[in-house]
Design a protein around this ligand. Structure first.
Ligand code: ZN
Length: 174
């Protein structure tokens, strides 16, 4: 089932999401619907708050480049209760977009590497050292679980340039 993606201006995007205590059939269904929704809009990531569910869950599908330079997606993944740690002091600036802030792309500086511990849909605990684009995806989506958006992570003068576009999105919401 496709879910409605909430847009910038909706308070749920500014709310700290709650941990998922148990992976119930409802959570499994939510994860499946989030994956379907992400695929339908060609997104690379979608977090619970973005579909109006203030829960610590996100789905991603990592883009990979094939031998002939064509892009495809790796199988979608479900990330539950992620805990990020050990961000590298080395950073990287790269482009980001967000399904809740359509039409806007910003360059965001983030740590190049970070460690994550999370649960998959089976409830198993996994740990990974992330870098480059995968690290960026996890940090962008994890920010959503804390009510933080990519536009909070850009310098004020850059933010000023983006603000008129944000107001336009917000005016459609309220
Ligand atoms: Zn986003």
């Amino acid at each position: 089932m496709l879910l409605k993606v909430v847009l910038y201006g909706d308070p749920v995007l500014r709310t700290k999401a709650s941990p998922i205590a148990e992976i119930t059939p409802e959570i499994q269904k939510l994860a499946q619907d989030m994956i379907e929704t992400m695929i339908a809009v060609n997104g690379v990531g979608l977090a619970g708050p973005q579909v109006g569910r203030s829960l610590r869950i996100f789905v991603i599908q990592e883009e990979i480049m094939g031998p002939n330079g064509e892009f495809s997606f790796k199988p979608p993944e479900v990330i539950i209760n992620p805990v990020l740690s050990k961000p590298s002091s080395e950073t990287q600036t790269g482009p980001e977009g967000c399904l809740s802030i359509p039409g806007i792309h910003v360059e965001v500086e983030r740590p190049l590497r970070i460690h994550v511990r999370y649960q998959n849909l089976k409830g198993e605990f996994l740990e990974e050292d992330l870098d480059h684009f995968r690290a960026r995806m996890f940090m962008h989506e994890n920010d959503h679980l804390n009510g933080t958006l990519m536009i909070d992570r850009i310098p004020p003068n850059y933010r000023n340039k983006v603000d008129p576009f944000l107001r336009k999105i917000k005016s459609k919401v309220s």
